[in-house]
Design a protein around this ligand. Structure first.
Ligand code: AMP
Length: 565
């Protein structure tokens, strides 16, 4: 096997990639701790520019690493020795409470060692609690525009000292009707501030905001690179849309069904490589980890095992896998949509060599569908959005594998020594039954008897569904006793006005948990004790699954298809 290949040695400490961008060493150390190995393209492009204090318009979808792209330079500038000390110094605006929590969590992770205090404020939290936190002096506020404006109007959030403003997912904020709130907030912040606007799309309305409120912004666009046709490899490309909590199970299912001869699974960070390797081992696979934090001799050993075919499942980061060239690799699995198109093309270029069919599988979260589309557009190749194999598919496949194993045993021969067993039993039982029992045991021994639970799956992302244009929106239309609109399913949500739920909470939660844009949600009705919404029929089961048990306004919500009243 490919023993003659040249093996480039991956850099063990490539996190210096972040240091090279000019970031504070304490931030670089935090990234090492988190297992980041190198900056993503948007980080590489945006960070040096943002460190100079320049405004920016960035076109970047979720999954590109944009949060770190703005948060790291923001933290760096906020904590320079000569930075103004008055607080709050930064305001990050996001469309939903879930995103507010996620972004605040990210800023906290990166900025902890700098002593930066961050507070997410969003609708649904008791105001008093938010107030007290603000009074204690917070450096960074991450807020939904509506709630931020409430605080400003009550005099509990001062914008006078804000030196940096981020508009994150600006297109989503406009979709949710926050345009005026954003205008008001921006007008209330000092003129000399740094303003960063990130958006997956840049329609004229966003351009207009940028025009009015940003000064000579640098423009960064990560969806830009097109891959010249001919360079893109010919590989069967499939994506499964799956919510985060089911990814591990989904990966197991894919591995079981594909039964790859040699598979390389890509993760984003070292930490994730370690966690996934451990989790797969616990599920009975024999994975090997490969990442930049491992000692060179450890990495050499793993690569040797893999190249020799002794190991068939490798979990790796991009950086660590860079030097790995394996001719017999059959499958590449992206545990997430990769941060950039180049990485995707590079990864899948590793399979399908020497005339063999290669398979590239991507596990994408609903929110990441846009990155998939960008990749398709740039490579000019289709990524088939497939249904995750069901338990029934899996059972059928396992039986097939058992059948193949038995056929192999028959062809191999050397069965005579078992004849006495069959003969002994054939006096008592039908020979067919004896055969069936033997198959059962063989099946069990092959691990084919595992009981699996079904994994809820999102509908495949379709351009028509996600980019429907200005659809019904979420204006509270009263559905009354009629059924839902054609093609839509009505969902029952166990919280209503008495729990403080507003239509915006519902849209925000569905957008975040299930990745469904606000314009796909209609027929919202909030009653005292429960709420109803309509979502596209094909997304209904997924929304139910994604939303069930989620906390809204501090209470767990139960969601099901509405069976009428
Ligand atoms: P975002 O596009 O900001 O939502 O980020 C997507 C995910 O990528 C998050 O889970 C980040 O923690 C992760 N991430 C961001 N930058 C990097 C990096 N340079 N290396 C590895 N993971 C990253």
């Amino acid at each position: 096997m490919a023993e003659t290949e040249t093996v480039a040695t991956p850099e063990p400490e490539t996190v210096s990639g972040f240091a090279a961008l000019g970031l504070d060493p304490r931030l670089v150390a935090a990234l090492t701790e988190l297992g980041y190995e190198e900056p993503t393209p948007i980080q590489r492009e945006a960070i040096p520019v943002l460190l100079t204090g320049r405004d920016m318009v960035g076109r970047a979808a979720t999954g590109t690493g944009k949060t770190a792209a703005f948060a790291l330079p923001l933290l760096h500038r906020l904590t320079r020795p000569d930075a103004p000390k008055a607080r709050p110094a930064a305001l990050i605006l996001v469309p939903t409470r879930e995103l507010a929590m996620q972004v605040a969590e990210a800023v906290h992770k990166y900025g902890r060692s700098l002593g930066v205090r961050v507070l997410p404020i969003y609708g649904g939290q008791a105001m008093g609690q938010q107030l007290r936190a603000l009074e204690r002096g917070i450096e960074v506020v991450v807020a939904t525009p509506g709630r931020a404006l409430d605080h400003v109007r009550r005099g509990t959030l001062a914008l006078a000292n804000v030196t940096a403003v981020v508009l994150d997912e600006a297109d989503e904020m406009l979709d949710m009707g926050f345009a005026e709130d954003i205008e008001a907030l921006l007008s209330g912040t000092p003129k000399g501030r740094q303003t960063m606007l990130f958006s997956a799309t840049l329609p004229p309305r966003i351009a207009a905001i940028a025009e009015r409120h940003l000064t000579d912004p640098a423009r960064v666009n990560v969806a830009r690179e097109a891959v010249p046709t001919g360079e893109a490899p010919k590989v069967r490309q499939t994506a499964y849309i799956i919510s985060r909590q089911h990814k591990l199970a989904a990966l197991g299912r894919v591995l079981d069904l594909e039964a790859p001869a040699a598979a390389l699974v890509f993760c984003r960070t070292r930490t994730e490589v370690e966690e996934l390797t451990e989790a797969l081992a616990a599920r009975g696979y024999r994975p090997e980890a490969l990442h930049g934090g491992m000692a060179q001799d450890q990495r050499d050993r793993v690569m040797r095992l893999f190249r020799a075919g002794t190991a068939d499942l490798l979990i790796a980061t991009d950086v660590a896998a860079r030097g790995l060239d394996v001719e017999h690799l059959t499958h590449v699995v992206n545990f997430h949509v990769p941060c950039d198109i180049e990485a995707y093309v590079h990864r899948i270029g590793r399979v399908g060599r020497a005339g063999r069919e290669g398979v590239a599988i991507t596990l994408a979260e609903p929110r990441e569908h846009r990155m998939l589309r960008n990749i398709e557009r740039a490579t000019g190749q289709r990524i088939e959005a497939a249904r995750l194999p069901t338990v029934a598919d899996l059972r059928a496949r396992r039986l097939e594998l058992t059948r193949e194993a038995l056929r192999g045993a028959i062809v191999e021969g050397d069965l005579d020594r078992f004849r006495v067993v069959v003969e002994a039993l054939s006096g008592e039982f039908d020979v067919m039954d004896v055969a069936l029992a033997a198959v059962k045991l063989a099946h069990r021994a092959e691990g084919g008897d595992v009981e699996d639970a079904d994994i809820p799956v999102a509908p495949p992302p379709q351009e028509q569904r996600f980019d429907r244009g200005p659809g019904p929106g979420y204006g509270p239309r009263r559905p009354g006793p009629r059924g839902p609109a054609p093609g839509m399913a009505r969902l029952f949500i166990s919280l209503g006005r008495e729990a403080g739920i507003t239509p915006r909470d519902l849209v925000g939660a569905i957008a975040n948990e299930a990745g469904l844009p606000g314009r796909d949600i209609s027929g919202i009705e909030v009653t005292d004790r429960f709420s109803l919404v309509e979502v596209p029929e094909e997304a209904a089961d997924f929304v139910v699954e994604a939303l069930n048990g989620v906390r809204m306004r501090g209470r767990r919500v139960a969601v099901r298809r509405d069976r009428g009243r």
